[in-house]
Design a protein around this ligand. Structure first.
Ligand code: PLP
Length: 451
């Protein structure tokens, strides 16, 4: 730049002079002028702060890099090589292809969200999902809201506000992100009546706690922790019978919301929504994006009269789902009508069911795409995550990368696509349980870039 002494820190140019340079015009052709000005100003401010010399070439390069970074989407694809199937920080369940197709179709135009095409009159946005949930669980009726927490808030507000909800002390759990059962009960306008001890609660404890203010007995599935040793919980059917006997409602928060028995996939049995309905609970609450493997959603199913009270509550409007969620959920639920093709169709189930041998074969295919001596295959364990099956460790095969683990992990996180791995014993480990076959070339590219 003529007339600018690059080596003298006192002669840092004025911003407007920089913006007059052809390099700045080139940046302005790609980015808003205000953003270019802000990026250059930030560079100049940094130079002044450091007492560093001004070098025009560096200034434009720094601005170009900052502008390019800002232009990238904040929310972007991450290859999940942690092996944690339901990773809350990575968006929990990846959607089945059928759900992705349904979302794309509904997003592109209009749909009959609240229109009954048969009569031409107003319809219910939940109609399709409700019918499928009823069919798949045996519930009389069902409703869908934004997530499991919203479902709990709605249930307590509609069924227990002004009264008491009785819960075992062993079930006053924190789900994560500060979401605690006692707080939701309070937020729903109800009072919590705690019964039993942390490790043991008996039917007599519930019976003794019931008073004139009691509205419901609440069972919360210990989805994200497990108790071993001297423990006792009340059989679901006994709890339901006690509630019915005393003219109260019985509600169960299942958390994970499995629709099929996971023991068929070599996993521990997890109570399914259908089982909870069969046990007689008046209302069953679960999430759509945990073991069900669908979109983020809160599922409420049970007796028609109870579900109708929820549907008519003013909070329903604030908690309702949009058309994209409902499209994805309906398509996911539809897959459960054909149990034979389920594992292949629902990525969450496919990843949970994958054996160490299958994952090992995938690791061998990835290794073949990498330069010699970059990594080795070692045995290990994966976790389910998302507050589901906490005590379950799934045998897996890991790719252990040679090199400084922390530095590699950071470069992988900032790469394109971003890759999340895990570090153990000072080594960077990739668990391919959660990496789709189609992602292997991209993952290999990201690993080569980071190394
Ligand atoms: C996960 C979970 C919730 C909350 O569901 P979100 O869909 O995450 O809002 C509530 N209760 C239990 C028992 C859970 O495991």
């Amino acid at each position: 730049m003529p007339g600018m002494d690059a080596t003298n820190p006192r002669t840092i140019p004025a911003l407007h002079r920089l913006l007059d340079q052809p390099e700045a015009w080139a940046l302005c052709a790609q980015h808003p002028r205000a953003a270019v000005a802000a990026a250059l100003r930030a560079h100049l401010t940094a130079l002044r702060g450091q007492g560093a010399p001004f070098i025009a070439e560096h200034a434009f390069a720094a601005a170009a890099a900052a502008l390019a970074a800002a232009a990238r989407p904040g929310l972007r694809r991450v290859i999940n090589a942690t092996g944690v199937v339901l990773h809350t920080n990575l968006g929990r369940a990846p959607l089945p292809q059928a759900a992705r197709d349904a979302v794309a179709a509904e997003a592109a135009g209009y749909c009959n969200l609240e229109l009954d095409l048969e009569t031409g009159r107003r319809g219910h946005r939940h109609a399709a999902c409700s019918a499928l949930l009823s069919e798949l669980t045996g519930a009389e009726a069902a409703l869908v809201v934004n997530n499991g927490a919203a479902a709990m808030l709605l249930a307590l507000s509609a069924l227990a506000a002004g009264g008491e909800a009785v819960v075992s002390r062993g079930e006053l759990v924190e789900i994560g992100g500060g979401f605690r059962i006692p707080d939701v009960i309070r937020q729903g306008g109800a009072r919590l009546a705690e019964v039993g001890a942390t490790n043991r609660t008996r039917l007599a404890d519930y019976a003794a706690a019931i008073g004139p203010e009691t509205r419901l007995l609440l069972r919360v599935h210990q989805s994200n922790f497990s108790q071993i040793g001297f423990t006792a919980i009340v059989e679901p059917r006994a709890l339901v019978a006690l509630a019915r006997d005393r003219g109260l409602l019985s509600v169960v928060d299942l958390g994970s919301g499995a629709l099929v028995d996971l023991s068929g996939y070599g996993l521990p049995a997890e109570p399914t929504m259908g089982q909870a309905v069969a046990q007689g609970f008046d209302l069953v609450v679960a999430s759509g994006d945990k073991l069900l493997g669908g979109p983020q959603a809160g599922l409420l199913l049970g007796r028609a009269a109870v579900v109708a009270r929820l549907a008519g509550h003013p909070l329903m409007r604030a908690l309702r789902c949009d058309k994209l969620t409902l499209a994805a959920l309906e398509a996911t639920l539809r897959l459960y009508r054909d149990p034979s093709g389920l594992r292949q169709a629902v990525p969450t189930l496919d990843m949970l069911a994958a054996t160490a041998a299958e994952i090992g074969a995938r690791a061998v295919r990835l290794l073949a795409l990498l330069p010699e001596g970059m990594a080795e295959i070692v045995p290990g364990k994966s976790l389910v995550g998302g507050g589901s099956l906490p005590a379950t460790e799934l045998p897996t095969c890991l790719l252990a990368l040679h090199g400084p683990a922390e530095a590699l992990a950071k470069r992988l996180r900032l790469g394109r696509p971003a890759v999340m791995a895990r570090i153990a014993g000072g080594r960077l480990l990739l668990d391919l349980r959660t990496v789709a076959e189609a992602e292997l070339p991209d993952l290999a590219g990201a690993l080569r870039d980071a190394a």
